[in-house]
Write a protein that binds this ligand. Structure first.
Ligand code: FE
Length: 343
């Protein structure tokens, strides 16, 4: 409503006085790797509540490079990513600034935010093992470590070892076991693959359905996206062919990853941008955001979606700080090369 009113008011004013500094700051520019359908509802809710307009550039690739090239002239205030990898990259390149916010600190558990306050997780997901119903019995596989057990030879499917999601998982293995042991594990996992790494996470579950493999690695939200898929109903069959295994429930918990946000170094609307980041961490947006993509809210006490309650429930999460995991991603990539994971 307010946006409409302002537009009308502007139209009636002479150009020279149309923009005052206060009005100019009443917007936030976002570079988003997250898809529009996911974040637009929260942005609309934010504008409705605060009157602050949002402008978004959506892209699958190139936004960090764009930000880098634009330097001080970049219009971007916030970068939104769907994984700790690119979020860590944008911070590592010196393209962000820290945000000290009591609201963010309270709403986001410490493992999901940068100890130096440059990046903040807004939704969480775990990397699950999808296990073939009827071919893998309950409890037969309980940990990521067991994926390297020779009993699974020729029975595991995964996407590239160099994909962001797997780099974080391998990074967490290095963090918990050290590089030498992580390498052995990765070699064992590689030896157990049913086929050369290929396709995305959902393609692995499809392969389980088709009998190509019995175990598949995949992010948790893909289960929701498959089991509710009216557009491609065959994906419901893929989802129905597997049980969900949350690894390492008896020890450190399942490996977690996030989608998140960072404030750019030269954000022209930093104050409004921080307001938006805070808004995204509050109960209303957390519930909306998590529900839209079958993810987990990061904010403790936020209602999880019905689908999550039905199929996943509560589980033990690995609480290692994702900064540690992210710092080991380069090492993880070298290990993947070393063991020829994708060959
Ligand atoms: Fe994904």
């Amino acid at each position: 409503m307010r946006t409409t009113f302002k537009k009308l008011a502007f139209a009636a004013l002479p150009l020279t006085i149309a923009v005052t500094s206060v009005q100019a700051s009443e917007e936030v520019n976002i570079y988003s790797y997250r898809q529009q359908f996911l974040i637009q509802p929260m942005l609309d809710a934010f504008t409705e509540k605060t009157g602050i307009k949002t402008n978004v550039v959506f892209a699958k690739k190139g936004l960090i490079e764009r930000l880098e090239n634009e330097g001080k002239n970049s219009p971007a205030d916030i970068v939104l990513t769907s994984d700790i990898g690119p979020l860590y990259d944008v911070v590592s390149k010196g393209l962000t600034q820290p945000v000290q916010s009591a609201v963010l600190e309270q709403n986001i558990p410490s493992q999901f935010r940068d100890p130096a306050d440059h990046w903040f997780g807004l939704t969480a997901r775990t990397r699950l093992v999808y296990a073939a119903k009827g071919r893998v019995t309950e409890g037969e596989l309980a940990t990521y470590e067991e994926l390297a057990d020779p009993k699974w030879k020729g029975r595991i499917c995964t996407r590239s070892g160099k994909h962001s999601y797997n780099l974080s998982l391998i990074g967490s293995m290095i963090a918990h076991h050290g590089e030498a042991q992580a390498e052995q594990w990765l070699e064992g996992l590689k030896a157990n693959l049913a086929r050369k790494p290929q396709g995305n996470d959902r393609a692995q579950v499809k392969a389980v359905k088709e009998g190509v493999c019995d175990l598949a690695l995949g992010n948790s939200y893909y289960f929701g996206k498959m089991i509710t898929n009216e557009k491609n109903p065959e994906q419901k069959d893929w989802a129905n062919s597997v049980n969900l295994v949350f690894p390492n429930q008896a020890d450190r918990g399942a490996h977690m990853n996030i989608s998140g946000a960072a404030l750019t170094k030269y954000a022209p609307h930093a104050e409004s941008a921080v307001k938006l980041m805070e808004f995204l961490s509050e109960a209303q947006a957390q519930a909306m955001y998590a529900e839209a993509n079958f993810e987990f809210p990061v904010r403790p006490g936020t209602q999880r979606s019905e689908l999550i309650e039905q199929y996943m429930g509560e589980f033990k999460e690995d609480t290692i700080n994702l900064q540690k995991v992210a710092e080991l991603r380069a090492q993880a990539a070298r290990l993947a090369d070393k063991v020829g994971f994708d060959n």
